[in-house]
Ligand binder design. Structure first.
Ligand code: ADP
Ligand code: MG
Ligand code: ZN
Length: 595
């Protein structure tokens, strides 16, 4: 076939077989003819090939119009022998071949490849439209049950009903009870949504189809919709079973919000999901679970009755939840006697389930590296800090001066936090660089807090600004080290004024509406709904709050300069100070003052 293709091209003269053949321009050719160097030649359409008297083969290409009596005359005059190459086919036939038969040929080739692929049993050519959902049956995946999901008791309770239904759909059908078709799990990442969905399937012991929202979306229009159809067909054939669409926001975003069009594909996919959810009878025993971190961007149509009308929040675990998660993940690991899981849970507010799993794993890795047979508390502590701040960077070299600067900065934070009654307790000060930070002060509440008072915020602000204040007092100069602190402080102050109504001059009003923009994912936009005058007032108030707290921090540090120096001295020696040591040093200070 390929040969045939070649032949046609040759006939059209589009390629030349000119290996070991000189190429001459037309004028060069004529020159050689006139000099009598040419022995013989063959004239084709728009080209002449031939041989010189010295044996060199050559070819010359030119416009077809130049072939004619004129050329013949020149050749004859110089005694060149010449013949014409007769085309195999007339020009009309050539064109027919080229423009009609060739495309048909190409098509046939493709088709035969296609068929062969299918016969070989590898149906890749056709699998675009197949859903990429992975089917997990109880046989091919370790079963996850509710016992593997720690905490999240309310979510488990809610899902229990669905488990019951999947276990025994007939019982519900007989009673005519209506079961929700779709359940939406939402909450921050790493808090166990995927795990919980798997546990529902595991508890009910039914097949589990797992697909991620982004897997529906491909570059070919219509593929996503076809995949949805295929997924639901498969699920219906396997009922009772569970479909789990993870990260549904990838396809389920509000329609009509795509930037600059081109999002038809996503919309079609979403429409297909909606159609499928409406289309099936819940009593056949298919339940759709979906998960997202961004329920706010979902298309409202997804949340309507008959679709994902049941919503379950899966939030960061609280102290009790964290303790249980730690227990689950340390279950099969050898723990030293000194490991106090409750203490670890206490020290990790804001950690997600995934963070905690990671923490335990890090501790196990560390213990292995140190050649221990058990995980002890010191590995756990190191692991907490690793998860919080990245691995310790022992290799980083810091100059003495920088180290001193960092020490004053961190002790500044810690000392002010200690002196103010409402600031979060200081658990540790360190000047060992970690992650991006050169030093850090660990401060966190004894318990989880859901409400924060204004005085707590103010004390927190003072502590935040104290790093910079210490630098200024001691070195009489400011550095770049406080940038993150200032940013956080400004953010808090602004929210106090604009969102929390904590400024007296402005009063209990929220100003500006912050909302996530569905176009741009997580970016926060602010609608300004106040006048320039108010804007100026806001700026003044924010500045006021920051300045008040900065002054307060400065005063505390000046008054306690001796304690500051003492703490810095010890910190420079030991590089880290734990809560107990800090407390001891501070109370020593008081004793010496009294005596
Ligand atoms: P999400 O889907 O919410 O982002 P995952 O379910 O994927 O989170 O959780 C990631 C990992 O974190 C899980 O595989 C598990 O090891 C751990 N994890 C999260 N939440 C819990 C929990 N409540 N109990 C036990 N492990 C958890
Ligand atoms: Mg997940
Ligand atoms: Zn700082």
């Amino acid at each position: 076939m390929l040969f045939f293709f070649f032949l046609i091209l040759l006939m059209r003269g589009s390629i030349t077989y000119n290996m070991g053949v000189e190429k001459y321009g037309y004028s060069e050719f004529l020159e050689k003819v006139e000099k009598g160097e040419v022995l013989k030649c063959v004239i084709g359409r728009g080209e002449v090939s031939g041989e010189l008297k010295n044996g060199t083969h050559f070819i010359t290409r030119f416009l077809p119009e130049l072939v004619g009596p004129e050329l013949e005359k020149t050749l004859k005059k110089n005694g060149v022998r010449f013949t014409y190459r007769t085309p195999l086919l007339s020009e009309g036939w050539q064109n027919l071949l080229f423009y009609l038969i060739l495309p048909i040929f190409v098509l046939v080739i493709f088709w035969s490849l296609f068929l062969r692929g299918m016969q070989a049993g590898n149906r890749e050519a056709f699998t675009f439209a197949r859903s990429r959902a992975r089917k997990y049956t109880p046989a091919n995946i370790p079963r996850v049950t509710f016992n593997d999901v720690a905490g999240a008791d309310e979510a488990k309770q809610e899902l229990q009903e669905i488990v019951e239904f999947l276990k025994n759909p007939r019982k519900f059908q007989a009673l005519g009870a209506k079961i929700p078709k779709g359940v939406l799990l939402y909450g921050p990442p790493g808090c166990g949504k995927t795990l919980l969905a798997r546990a529902v399937a595991g508890e009910a012991n039914v097949p589990f189809f797992h697909i991620s929202g982004s897997e529906f979306v491909e570059m070919f229009v219509g593929v996503g919709a076809a995949r949805v159809r295929d997924l639901f067909d498969q699920a219906k054939a396997n009922a009772p079973c569970l479909i789990f669409i993870d990260e549904i926001d990838a396809v389920g975003r509000q329609r009509g919000t795509g930037l600059g069009g081109g999002h038809d594909e996503r919309e079609q996919t979403l429409n297909q999901i909606l159609a499928e959810m409406d289309g099936f009878d819940p009593n056949i025993g298919v339940i759709v679970l979906a998960a997202t971190n961004r329920p706010d961007v979902l298309d409202p149509a997804l949340l309507r009755p008959g679709r994902f009308d049941r919503h379950i929040v899966i939030d960061h675990p609280d102290l009790k939840g964290r303790l249980e998660i730690l227990k689950v993940h340390t279950q099969n690991k050898p723990l030293g006697e000194d490991v106090d899981l409750e203490m670890i849970a206490r020290r990790t507010p804001g950690f997600s389930g995934a963070d905690l799993a990671n923490l335990v794993n890090e501790a196990a890795l560390l213990a292995a590296r140190l050649g221990k047979h058990k995980i002890t508390m010191s590995e756990m502590e190191e692991a907490i800090e690793r998860v919080v701040a990245g691995p310790q960077r022992r290799s980083r070299v810091i100059s003495e001066k920088e180290k001193k600067l960092v020490a004053y900065h961190e002790v500044g934070h810690a000392l002010v936090a200690k002196m103010l009654p409402n600031a979060n307790p200081v658990h540790k000060i360190s000047i060992l660089p970690r992650g991006m930070a050169l030093g850090y002060t660990l401060q966190f509440p004894e318990q989880d807090k859901y409400i924060i008072t204004k005085s707590e915020l103010m004390d927190e602000l003072s502590a935040l600004l104290a790093g910079r204040a210490a630098e200024e007092i001691v070195f009489g100069e400011t550095t770049t080290g406080a940038q993150n602190d200032l940013q956080r402080a400004t953010d808090i102050a602004r929210r106090m004024v604009c969102e929390l109504g904590m400024s007296e001059r402005i009063g209990p009003i929220t100003l500006g509406r912050r909302h996530g923009n569905p176009f741009l994912g997580r970016d926060i936009f602010e609608d300004r709904n106040y006048s320039d005058e108010v804007a100026r007032l806001i700026d003044e108030e924010v500045k006021n709050i920051i300045e008040t707290n900065y002054k307060r921090a400065e005063e505390i540090l000046r008054e306690n300069r001796d304690v500051l120096e003492k703490l810095v001295g010890i910190l420079l020696q030991k590089e880290t100070l734990e809560k107990e040591e800090i407390d001891r040093i501070l109370s020593d200070g008081e004793d010496s003052q009294q005596s």
